[in-house]
Ligand binder design. Structure first.
Ligand SMILES: [Fe+2]
Ligand SMILES: [Fe+2]
Length: 281
């Protein structure tokens, strides 16, 4: 997948799509229906996306007096994240009709809500926008990867649409970061600290709890522990070695540091090398 343009211009025409355009009736079931790993990964992604209204509430309170940001969050960001959740859910329920999505989602919500408190927001708006850029970079990378490795064409199209949306979200959060940077003047060290902290959290409790609920609802006789999670990470590492968009994600992560161009050029190959070792050791 080519590196998308991540210029901080939310005025860029937005890639719009709707769930009605997804050809759920043309899914090539035989290509994916026996792949339990895909069921769990897609169900887990749909749970996290479907809980977006909870994150939006925290963020909306935090940004309440910023009409541009809160308007965008309410009118574009939240509906798009929820559409990701609905579309992934529909895909899962179409391919695996026996999977009890509502039960697994309820279990995930109960497990995950305690981790979603307003006090987990960053201490300033500029730094919170950096944290959001990291999250959107993570989701952009994930769906870029799923788009590439999907064994089934309708899923590939769907994850491609979601990937574009996530890159678009990144651009908006980056735009708001630039705006708050003017008044809050965060240092590069503060930005780097948020980047490091948020990166260390990616793929941790939300992914663990989402997968756990997907697996245990589908197979009530099974338990789910750290070793099972490691097996998923191993599989993800295998996919990542084939198709993870390393260049794109490292560029997106470096951007809020606003390093001089020559340092970016020096750092990029090294960081891409390191990212490969972290994502797919
Ligand atoms: Fe999303
Ligand atoms: Fe997003």
């Amino acid at each position: 997948m080519p590196t998308p343009d991540t210029r901080p211009s939310p005025a860029t025409p937005h890639h719009r799509w709707s769930i009605d355009q997804i050809a759920f009736d043309r899914i090539a079931h035989e290509r994916i229906v026996r792949e339990d790993t895909w069921l769990y990964v897609l169900a887990a992604a749909s749970f996290v996306e479907s809980l977006s209204d909870l994150y939006t509430r925290n963020l909306l309170d935090y940004m309440a007096d910023d009409s541009e940001a809160s308007g965008w969050l309410r009118e574009q960001w939240e509906p798009e994240e929820l559409q990701h959740g609905r579309a992934l859910r529909r895909y899962v329920e179409t391919v695996w009709p026996g999977f009890d999505w509502p039960a697994a989602f309820d279990g995930f919500c109960a497990d995950y809500r305690p981790y979603c408190k307003p006090e987990l927001l960053a201490p300033t708006r500029a730094l919170e926008m950096v944290a959001r850029c990291v999250i959107e970079t993570g989701t952009s990378g994930l769906y870029g990867l799923l788009h590439q490795v999907s064994p089934e064409p309708v899923l590939s199209a769907l994850t491609g649409h979601i990937h574009h949306d996530e890159v678009g979200h990144y651009k908006y959060f980056y735009h708001f970061f630039l705006r708050y940077r003017e008044t809050e003047h965060p240092s590069r060290w503060q930005v780097a600290r948020v980047l490091r902290h948020r990166l260390s959290e990616i793929g941790q409790e939300d992914a663990y709890l989402a997968l756990k609920n997907a697996v245990t609802v589908h197979h009530p006789d099974q338990t789910f522990g750290p070793q099972d999670f490691q097996r998923f990470q191993h599989m993800a590492g295998h996919w990542a070695r084939i198709a993870y968009p390393y260049d794109m994600t490292v560029k997106m992560l470096l951007k809020p540091l606003r390093l001089p161009n020559f340092i970016n050029r020096l750092a990029l190959p090294l960081l891409v090398y390191q990212a490969r070792r972290v994502v797919a050791p």
